[in-house]
Design a protein around this ligand. Sequence first.
Ligand code: 5BU
Length: 268
Amino acid sequence: MASTKTYAARAEGYANPAARSLLELMDRKKTNLCVSVDVTRKSSLLRIIDAVGPSVCLVKTHIDIIEDFDEDLVSQLQHLSSKHDFLIFEDRKFADIGNTVALQYSRGVHRIASWSHITNAHPVPGPGIITGLASIGQPLGRGLLLLAEMSSAGTLAAGAYTSAAIDMARAHRDFVIGFIAMKRFDGQEDFLILTPGVGLDVKGDGMGQQYRTPREVILDRGCDVIIVGRGIYGKGEGSDDDVIKAQAERYREEGWKAYLERTGQNIV
Ligand code: 5BU
């Protein structure tokens, strides 16, 4: 059962380099926290990432909301990734035919595949979306997550749609490393489950987002990585660094405690 095995033990089961690196570094850094940084200025993005860096395994970006994006931002992001030992996840949510997503992933101003270790896609177009993204990402050692479920109220990604997403992933295990989902699914294969909609202080945002605690997500639902945004950086372009650092550590501790309990490693 993937949910009771340690991250380190599961790393060995993955041929995909991004999945392997992620699990190894989660074990090494003792963190299952991904911080999602949804700010619009390059300076805010880099400041927040530098502040949360010691606490995270993964930093999630929406690069298309940055108003002053440039090549230097990518260099600095890569520098922070080495400095603090975390991977980068561009939450691009690709959703087109294979040929188009291959271009969106590799070209344009953002050239996502060149710097993002992990990205994600909606299964809605069918398996061609995986073939298209894999043609670019696989030679670079990248990994893909499929959106099997979403955290927002009223999501259509449920039931038969979710089952079809799992089947698509099973057929492409070399490149599809897991899911964005709200719970672990039964099955023989080990997939990574990354889960947004995590907050300790509020239940929603008035725009459909629904929050659960790290404990509910990691311990009760068997997910692997908690994705936390505003619960850590606050509002707008972000709180002060010391507040952000303290919040990141608070979520890291909660997530890690739940993982230790799940895997029977809790120190009494
Ligand atoms: P928040 O500030 O913790 O609510 O941010 C959550 C982030 O996760 C945000 O970047 C969303 O785009 C992203 N997200 C989500 O909230 N729910 C989903 O189902 C998916 C992504 Br997929």
